[in-house]
Design a binder for this molecule. Structure first.
Ligand SMILES: Nc1ncnc2c1ncn2[C@@H]1O[C@H](COP(=O)(O)OP(=O)(O)OP(=O)(O)O)[C@@H](O)[C@H]1O
Ligand SMILES: [Mg+2]
Length: 261
């Protein structure tokens, strides 16, 4: 029997009831409209889609950070619906970690790197926590960084520490929101290489979101396309070519990526 996906979202709906600056309701925004997503053990999935298509909301819904109207999130095939805080803390949170956009800026400026990593590792169930020095090594930083303050790190080093922090509980799935945003092409490639290395060495399943199809293509085994709160395409990366795609929008994405000459 094949094992269930590690993490699965079924028919997820999320609506935001936002308000305008004047305190008046500006109408509901349906950010997710029945999204299905499955992440198999050790799989590296990429999500692309235009701004506002619901990519970040999907990651947040999968981690119980967005208000889900209906649908469910399953861990190892078991619905997490109604899990209480203790069960979320003990079982869900250590397994599914999120790397937020601009993760480097999320480090607590009042703690040294070693303390940041130890604090994150404390979330791990008994015996699973990563040791701070080993975590730094996993992201290519020496143990000397344990004593640094976040303000003493370069942008790239901050990002690596944030990655080490996400790995501190030895998660089984890493969700990364736009880890390449705002980086120049060379640094972007370095981040891609780092993610691939960690994915391969740790067998860690990942769901990586980006605006940029060409970057995702270089990274992911499966590519999903979102548009207006819906997943319009989910294809193996090698099949992600115009002739095989089913939705006009994903075809447009590929054509924009490789202009016909
Ligand atoms: N907290 C919120 N309150 C109200 N509306 C929200 C909120 N978060 C997101 N939205 C709306 O939900 C929709 C989806 O937003 P989301 O952030 O998921 O898009 P995205 O695909 O991640 O976009 P981007 O590529 O720009 O990051 C957008 O219309 C957005 O304005
Ligand atoms: Mg986003």
């Amino acid at each position: 029997m094949t094992p269930p996906p590690i993490l699965e979202g079924r028919r997820l709906h999320v609506t935001f009831h936002s308000r305008s600056g004047m305190g008046r309701a500006s109408g509901p925004v349906k950010a997710l409209r029945g999204v299905d997503v499955r992440i198999e053990p050790g799989e590296l999935v990429g999500i692309v889609g235009e701004s506002g298509s619901g990519k970040s909301t999907l990651l947040r819904a999968l981690t119980h950070l967005a208000p889900v109207d209906s649908g469910e999130v399953l861990l190892d095939g078991v619905s997490t619906w109604g899990w209480d805080r203790d069960r979320m803390r003990a079982v869900f949170r250590p397994s599914i970690r999120m790397l937020f956009q601009d993760s480097g800026s999320t480090l607590n400026p009042g703690r040294r790197v070693g303390s940041i990593l130890a604090q994150a590792a404390a979330l791990a169930p008994d015996g699973r926590a990563g040791e701070p020095g080993t975590l730094l090594e996993a992201v290519g930083l020496s143990a000397a960084f344990l004593h640094r303050w976040p303000r003493q790190l370069s942008g790239g080093e901050k990002r690596r520490v944030a990655m080490a922090r996400a790995l501190a509980t030895r998660p089984r799935v890493l969700l990364a929101d736009e880890p390449f945003a705002g980086l120049d092409v060379v640094i972007q490639q370095r981040v891609v290489d780092e993610l691939m290395e960690i994915h391969e060495r740790l067998g860690l399943a990942m769901l990586v979101v980006s605006h940029d199809l060409s970057v995702i293509r270089g990274l992911a085994e499966r590519i999903m396309v979102m548009k207006d709160g819906v997943v319009v395409e989910s294809m193996k990366a090698e099949d992600f070519v115009v002739e095989r795609l089913t939705h006009p929008y994903s075809r447009t994405l590929v054509e924009a990526e490789l202009p016909l000459r």
